[in-house]
Design a protein. Structure first.
Lengths: 690, 72
């Protein structure tokens, strides 16, 4: 939160439906902090309630406890620690609890109760209970001593208005809290008196913090004697100091639950519907086969379903440039608009449908609980390659974009496996490479059928994705040999019951992804398109005096020509050189760069068809085509490997907290890209292709 | 007897958890206290992770870690 006004924190276990509640409460009034240069990914939103004052809501990552294991959980425990020290704490904490699994979900709630910040407990997934009277709401409220307990169902969309007004109400009368959780036993609290730190605003939180320090055996300056002595005396009382906090809290929770849900007796023997589904979905043979089929279906649909809306967008862009051309008088402004902005930005907007479809599938797979099963099935093979079962979600997200992929590695609790996952992620072909592949394939690869079934264009695309993925997995194995583990790796993961995703939440999630793509990519691309237009258009040369195209004499032309000696061995010319340079901002800029260059070069009034322009481009002196299928292939291979997206390396710098790893990545990816393209081009020439 | 000695579908009661502090703490935080009932749901092939049910939630634990969960 930027301002110090009253704000509300939303916390809860993973899989408790917290994100859905956040999406439903804030609607589209949310912002996910910008990728480059942030410290923590923050999801903030504003909630508007009828007739009342709006309030700000911060969605914290899902966590099971405040004693951090993974990076994601560390974010939450660091935040909570700062609140406990009185640094901009929330006015109200909303703790989301899965009503069908009270005992484990209340664990985090009791940890937050210690803060003595007014709290509202949200009982989500009430629809999962056989009978909503199974939980005695008033008793729970009394036992915990919280401001309110609100039963809701995000799925059925009921109870959200009651939740809004409960939050409003507690924001208006911020009364003294009266939290009841007496989880710490007297004998323990006698022992730890010496460890209570005075800077915490709540004594209960200070006690809990002391216990966490005892279990970590972590001393403050020169207090080793205290910690050791206190540890020993607690051990003498018959407690296990490693698990002290958790044991005491569960004792307290297990003590109140019979009053709160007298009718529920957890029967762990009973086989649930999810288990019956799992008999097929995680079957040793059928499971992996189903997963491959799902992947195939997703990639297939990205290309087939997206083609129609992509045609519409293309038609829209064409109409806009025709409109501008016929309504503006010729001049520099019109040129910037048509050749620079509409040409450049239009070349990117066209990929929105594909990004939306991919995010839709990933969101659905995650929300149904299927991704956790994939992690379960693949953990063994992933570990063999130096990765982690939980690497599967980052790897798949990276097909959309490496940045959310890198961020989602935060759930991996082993530092080494997390780092290896981050290092290889840029090799997964992200959607920004799709424009480049699509352009080159449609321009240079003939749409013929090979082997009876396969369309050569589609096959080429699959080969590019495959090349990146296989290289990534091989490198993971190599990297993991050279990286030392900081802490021991564990793989304890929840397998949430299969659930039907909440349509409105999924739609909002996808919408927000799309918005982020357009806004972030759009800003960079708009700026580069304008800059490039200037570089390609100036200095002006009187074209009547020379038969060479004036773009050669432009600044862009000079830069490109200067690069040519380095990239010539790969078959690339100066135009591609400029494209490679601008790709460092973002890969898809390659396409808009080429579009801008050809538009300027064309000197005509209409926007040129980039595909045609590249195909028909011939050397002005020799008349030989500038680009051949072989060059296109080499260029695609270059894009499979190359380190090109600034934002990726900015985020790696932030996530690994050092420049060492992003620089290492840039180095290895560049070597890989140059070698790969060199082998394809030179090898192709040797084999007699052109 | 440990978790992996159960056959799928069988229920046992936790008596003790061995292993490093991180693992112990994580498992207890997720509700695997001594005295808690746990059911082995399934094992992934080739000594992959095992799925257990405890306190109405399903958890996946690596084979090596599951060996450290002792039962009564």
């Amino acid at each position: 939160m930027t301002q110090d006004s009253d704000w509300v924190a939303l916390v809860g276990n993973p899989n408790c439906g917290k994100t859905a509640i956040f999406n439903l409460l804030t609607g589209l009034n949310q912002k996910v902090s910008n990728y480059p240069g942030i410290t923590v990914e923050k999801k903030e939103g504003t909630v508007y309630a009828q007739g009342d004052k709006a309030f700000n809501l911060l969605d914290l990552p899902g966590t099971y406890s405040l004693s951090a294991e993974s990076f994601d959980e560390q974010i939450v425990s660091d935040q909570v620690l700062s609140w406990a020290k009185g640094e901009n704490p929330p006015a109200v904490i909303v703790s989301v609890v899965d009503a069908s699994n009270l005992s484990r979900n209340l664990y985090l709630t009791t940890q937050l109760l210690d803060l003595d910040i007014p709290m509202i407990v949200v009982l989500n997934m009430m629809d999962q209970l056989k009978d909503s009277s199974q939980i005695e709401i008033q008793k729970l409220k009394k036992e915990l001593g919280v401001s309110a307990v609100v039963p809701i169902s995000a799925k059925m969309n009921w109870g959200l208005d009651a939740l809004k007004s409960a939050i409003q109400k507690s924001l208006v009368n911020l009364a003294q809290t009266n939290h009841q959780s007496q989880w710490i036993s007297q004998d323990i609290s006698d022992q730890i008196k010496l460890l209570i730190e005075p800077h915490f605003s709540s004594s209960k939180f200070a006690a809990a913090h002391a216990l966490r320090r005892i279990s970590r055996n972590e001393s403050l300056n020169g207090e080793d004697y205290h910690i050791e002595a206190i540890r020993n005396s607690i051990l003498e009382l018959g407690y296990n100091t490693d698990t002290l906090e958790a044991t005491l809290r569960y004792k307290w929770i297990d003590g109140i639950l019979p009053f709160v849900q007298p009718k529920i007796r957890t029967k762990i023997q009973k086989e649930t519907r999810s288990e019956r589904w799992d008999k097929i979905l995680t079957h040793p043979l059928m499971g992996p086969a189903i997963f491959v089929a799902i992947l195939y279906f997703i990639f297939q649909s990205i290309f087939t379903w997206a083609s129609t809306p992509m045609d519409w967008i293309q038609a829209g862009i064409d109409n806009i440039s025709i409109f501008v051309l016929s309504n503006m008088s010729p001049g520099m402004l019109r040129n910037i608009l048509v050749e620079g902005i509409i040409g450049g930005v239009g070349a990117i907007v066209i990929f929105l449908p594909q990004i939306l479809i991919l995010s839709f599938f990933l969101t659905v797979l995650e929300d149904t609980g299927y991704m956790a099963r994939v992690a379960f099935m693949l953990d063994k093979s992933m570990t063999k390659m130096g990765l982690h079962g939980k690497s599967i979600l980052p790897l798949m997200s990276a097909y959309a974009c490496a940045i959310p992929g890198i961020m989602s590695t935060r759930t991996i609790d082993s530092w080494k496996e997390r780092l290896v996952t981050i290092l290889i992620l840029p090799l997964m072909s992200c959607s920004a490479r799709l424009p480049v592949y699509t352009l080159l394939i449609s321009a240079f690869i003939p749409p013929i059928t090979v082997g009876g079934y396969f369309n050569l264009q589609g096959l080429t695309l699959v080969v590019m994705y495959f090349l990146g993925t296989v290289t990534a997995l091989m490198l993971a194995k190599i990297f993991s040999r050279f990286i030392k583990e900081k802490s021991s790796s564990s793989f304890v993961m929840e397998l949430p019951p299969y659930r039907v995703p909440i349509t409105r939440s999924v739609i909002r999630q996808v919408f927000i992804r799309g918005k982020l793509f357009l806004v972030n990519a759009g800003k960079i691309i708009m700026a580069i398109s304008i800059l490039l237009w200037f570089l390609a258009s100036f200095p002006k040369v009187d074209s009547s005096l020379t038969d060479v195209n004036p773009i050669h004499h432009s600044y862009a032309g000079k830069i490109g020509h200067a690069m040519e000696p380095v990239i010539r061995p790969l078959g690339f010319d100066w135009k591609i050189g400029i494209g490679l340079l601008t790709s460092f901002a973002a890969r898809e800029v390659m396409v808009s760069t080429m579009a801008t260059i050809y538009n300027v070069e064309d000197r005509g009034d209409e926007t040129v068809n980039l595909r045609e322009a590249m195909r028909n481009d011939v050397d002005e002196k020799t008349g030989v085509p500038v680009y051949t299928p072989l060059i296109a292939l080499a260029l695609m291979v270059f894009y499979v490997f190359a380190a090109q997206c600034m934002a990726t390396f900015a985020i790696v710098r932030q996530e690994t907290n050092s420049w060492k790893w992003p620089l290492f990545m840039i180095a290895y990816l560049t070597i890989l890209a140059y070698t790969g393209a060199f082998i394809v081009y030179r090898g192709g020439l040797l084999l007699g292709y052109s | 007897m440990t978790l992996i000695d159960l056959s799928p579908g069988e229920v046992g009661t936790i008596s003790n958890i061995k292993g490093n502090r991180h693992l112990q703490n994580r498992l207890v935080e997720l509700g695997l206290l001594s005295g808690t009932d746990v059911r082995l749901v399934k094992c992934a092939p080739f000594n992959g992770p095992v799925e257990i049910k405890v306190r109405n939630s399903y958890l996946s634990i690596r084979w090596d870690d599951a060996q450290l969960v002792e039962l009564k």
